[in-house]
Design a protein. Structure first.
Length: 107
């Protein structure tokens, strides 16, 4: 009985965390996603000349950055366990603006 109670206390007192970290990138209507390896801390997703990069640190703070690979413009956001970036960027190939959204979080 003592061992059972000790195990129960250990389980209840340990912090809960997810083992996977991933990102979903959307450019207009197209989507792409990527996951870091088990307990990985960095993710990169590329779609239609846009790159979404994210890092999660030991304090579960996520930093997400989306870069337009043609122009070099970027947007960045940070948050606890999740961070999303939304940006509108000119695409010279289509002569229009692209709606770009990237969200990275624990899974």
């Amino acid at each position: 009985m003592k061992q059972f109670l000790s195990a129960l206390i250990l389980v209840l007192s340990s912090s809960a965390y997810a083992d996977y970290f991933g990102c979903d990138l959307r450019v207009n209507t197209e989507r792409a996603g990527e996951e870091a390896p088990y307990r990985g801390r960095e993710v990169r997703v590329e779609l239609n000349n846009y790159l979404c990069e994210a890092i999660i640190d030991q304090n579960v703070i996520v930093t997400t950055k989306v870069t337009n690979l043609l122009s070099g413009s970027y947007a960045q956001a940070g948050g606890r366990a999740s961070a999303a970036v939304q940006m509108e960027s000119y695409n010279p190939a289509t002569n229009a603006h692209d709606e770009v959204f990237c969200k990275c979080n624990l899974r």
